[in-house]
Design a binder for this molecule. Structure first.
Ligand SMILES: O=C[C@H](O)COP(=O)(O)O
Length: 330
């Protein structure tokens, strides 16, 4: 595999490189035409892990690239201000100065820090002046079943508290019942409530039943103005998978071909190994091209991936694996 195009300037956060997806009218014909050939998708997904061998010289570049694309996440009922501050310190300096010096690299940061609404002020304060955005999970995360007006209000409160990115959860029922108009209206209202904050639509794909539903829900959310589509909350029993990713990435490609607007992709939940991160990056590069390897169009939603990436980088520069506890996050 070739090197990902990693240069020090890539580590800046190009949050505004791309014109925002304005959305479009709901095109039900297009939605109903969207299919997913499950056996072909699963066959292709099986060829991905392991097939790609990244040359040793490029391994560090791919891992650093992955780090710049992480939404460093803590979404636990027992989150505290202290834990969020430690997470933010890690987002500011995700890799030790020693490892970076050995790689001849300047400091880099993660793509964002992702927290519950309640922790937004703490994260905003801890990241002040860094340019690292705070992402808030709003809209009654993770089930998204609180009263609609409260979900919309929660978005407004997160934005007022300083969140620049909002991860909303869709109503799975709309998808399972094929009520595309309801999904479109909901997503459009969420997008409007976000104002200038970017909105990531969490589909909770593990609860959508079929890959065809995933393809259709992806399209509807993009038509309603989603800036990103995201697989999972991390709380479903099945979270990010390669088959689901293929379907969503291809929906993003179709949407781009038709409208000219690039929508971002965020696989989330259960991605904790460096080698899996590289597989996802390779998939983006293969299916969408290098432009989608930048943090304004690609993120990992992950709470523990950074630890393994740092450990692998440590091994890359030092030749030996360090204990996992040395790279614990919070
Ligand atoms: O959106 C991010 C996910 O909740 C993180 O899931 P994870 O804890 O399995 O990495």
């Amino acid at each position: 595999m070739q090197s990902a195009t990693v240069t020090p300037t890539d580590h800046q956060l190009p949050q505004t490189l791309e014109p925002r997806n304005p959305g479009m009218a709901l095109d039900l014909d297009w939605v109903r035409r969207a299919q997913a050939n499950t056996s072909a998708i699963e066959r292709r997904a099986k060829t991905l892990p392991g097939r790609r061998s990244v040359k040793k010289d490029y391994q560090a570049a791919w891992m650093l690239k992955a780090i710049t694309c992480i939404d460093l996440t803590t979404l636990s009922g027992d989150d505290t201000e202290g834990r969020v501050r430690r997470l933010c310190a890690k987002a500011r300096q995700p890799v030790s100065a020693d490892i970076l010096a050995k790689l001849g690299m300047p400091n880099l940061t993660t793509g964002a820090v992702c927290v519950y609404h309640d922790m937004v002020p703490t994260a905003v304060h801890a990241l002040a002046g860094t340019g690292i955005p705070v992402a808030a999970v709003s809209t009654g995360f993770p089930a998204g079943l609180s009263p609609f007006h409260l979900r919309v209000a929660e978005i407004g409160e997160s934005v007022t508290a300083g969140a620049e990115e909002i991860d909303i959860v869709i109503t799975r029922r709309h998808v399972l019942q094929g009520n595309w108009q309801a999904l479109y209206d909901e997503m459009k209202a969420f997008r409007e409530a976000c104002g200038n904050a970017h909105v990531k639509a969490i589909l909770a794909t593990g609860e959508l039943g079929t890959l065809r539903n995933v393809a259709r829900a992806s399209l509807v959310c993009m038509m309603a103005g989603a800036d990103f589509i995201k697989t999972s909350t991390g709380k479903e029993s099945v979270n990010a998978t390669l088959p689901v990713s293929l379907v969503m990435i291809r929906a993003i490609r179709d949407y781009y071909d038709r409208t000219g607007f690039r929508v971002g992709y965020k696989p989330a939940g259960g991605i904790s190994k460096a080698k899996d991160a590289v597989t996802y990056l390779a998939l983006m590069k293969d299916e969408l091209g290098d432009r989608w390897l930048q943090p304004d169009l690609f993120r990992f939603g992950a709470s523990s991936l950074l630890g393994d990436l740092e450990r692998q980088l440590d091994h890359h520069v030092g030749g030996a694996y360090s204990a996992s506890y040395r790279h614990a996050l919070a």
